[in-house]
Write a protein that binds this ligand. Structure first.
Ligand code: ATP
Ligand code: MG
Length: 380
């Protein structure tokens, strides 16, 4: 059994998680709830009513709730009807970056990534991108958004016309409860403090939503963009997500490059999406054929390229970069990746105006090892 750190107030956590002290002790013993190097607590798995990725800041027992999982529509038309009972739905762009929660803790702006860790790099960016006044005026809010752009160490993308890394707000939630504000209240506050939001395509009557969204998805796909999140304008019902075929294929392309570093479920679910979308769109044999080619290419091309590279003794790695104001942030970020168990080589920083560009090579060890082993005659 693990020793429970003496400075943790079990009563307080039980109260915050709406559970018993015994349950909290169990979570701590199993390390489902564990202390991070910066001295806070992270919940690694959801328990009833508390999302995974929830962070408890021990200094004043403030809670930043984990961002809830968004269910995915597979057959859009029936999913819309089965899922929503509101009269209309708000359709927002689903951006492809990484989930970031920004909160004001102990008089400082901090940024958490999906798992609940405070990311030093994302925090530095958030501190320059988000005006402090939003939090001094509303200390109890958490800004949930997507960090996107080329200088993203997790999901680098060039498709959003972003110079380095930008924050796109999509939800405002309450600290401690995780309750979301309505879509209108969110846009209101965002406008007041000049914070960029994910695009709102419109608020459509539920009966018209399928046709509108299908048109939007086809257009987004054609520009390589990911998809939409469909929300109850009052945010009383949970949202749904739906993505373009092009984004599924580009996810597959990426994942098959590092095929042995991804879980099998990642591939399977994306293939299933393609099949259901084709049926829902009532595709002609020619359209089905072209979908098959795109899907097949997305799977085989990257894998063949990977195998050939390793055959030529090149190592497979994912190249990303960060742009920091302070070299100390880069150092802290290096430690952050180490804690997350990500194997990475940091290159020498290049000074660009007042900032430093640091190129990072993330090593996909499992794919390298597996491929090498097969190439030398080992069986799968
Ligand atoms: P999950 O399904 O658990 O949310 P995932 O990693 O599978 O996680 P995605 O498929 O990327 O996530 O879809 C959900 C994520 O989409 C959210 O966690 C959020 O980061 C992102 N997102 C982008 N745009 C929006 C938006 N407009 N509204 C809500 N979420 C958005
Ligand atoms: Mg995403």
């Amino acid at each position: 059994m693990n020793e429970i750190p003496a400075d943790i107030d079990i009563d307080k956590i039980a109260e915050l998680f709406h559970t018993t002290k015994q349950r909290v002790r169990g979570l701590l013993n199993r390390r489902t709830l564990h202390k991070t190097p910066d001295g806070n607590l992270i919940l690694d798995k959801s328990i009833s009513g508390v999302e995974s990725g929830t962070n408890v800041f021990l200094k004043n027992y403030e809670v930043v709730c984990g961002f809830p999982k968004i269910q995915r529509a597979m057959m859009l038309q029936s999913a819309l009807a089965a899922h929503f009972s509101c009269k209309s739905v708000a359709v927002e762009e689903k951006m492809n970056g990484y989930n970031t929660r920004v909160a004001y803790i102990d008089n400082k702006i901090i940024a958490l990534t999906r798992g609940g860790h405070t990311c030093p790099y994302t925090t530095e960016k958030a501190q320059t991108l988000i005006p402090k006044e939003i939090f001094t005026d509303h200390p109890g809010i958490v800004l949930c958004g997507e960090m996107a752009g080329p200088d993203s160490p997790y999901v680098p993308k060039n498709i959003y016309n972003v110079k380095s890394l930008e924050f796109f707000l999509f939800d405002i939630r309450e600290k401690n409860t995780g309750m979301p504000l309505s879509v209108a209240a969110k846009y209101n506050i965002a406008e007041q403090y000049n914070i960029t939001c994910t695009k709102l395509f419109g608020v459509y009557p539920l009966t018209e939503a399928y046709n509108k969204i299908t048109r939007i998805i086809k257009n987004l796909g054609a520009c390589g963009r990911e998809g939409v999140v469909i929300k109850d304008p009052a945010m009383k019902q949970p949202p749904l997500k739906y993505t373009s075929s092009q984004s599924n294929c580009s996810d597959l392309q990426h994942a098959f490059t590092y095929y042995h570093d991804y879980a099998k479920s990642f591939f399977y679910s994306r293939i299933a999406r393609e099949a259901f979308q084709s049926v829902e769109w009532n595709e002609t044999p020619e359209e089905i054929q072209s979908r098959c080619i795109q899907l097949g290419e997305g799977i085989l091309q990257p894998m063949i390229t990977t195998i050939k590279k390793i055959q030529e003794e090149e190592k497979i790695s994912e190249n990303v970069q960060i742009l920091v104001k302070s070299l100390n942030t880069a150092e802290k970020f290096k430690e952050h990746l180490r804690i997350l168990g990500i194997d990475a080589i940091f290159h020498r920083p290049e000074k660009i105006n007042n900032e430093y560009l640091v190129k990072i090579q993330k090593i996909n060890q499992r794919t390298n090892d597996k491929t090498e082993s097969i190439l030398t005659g080992n069986t799968w």
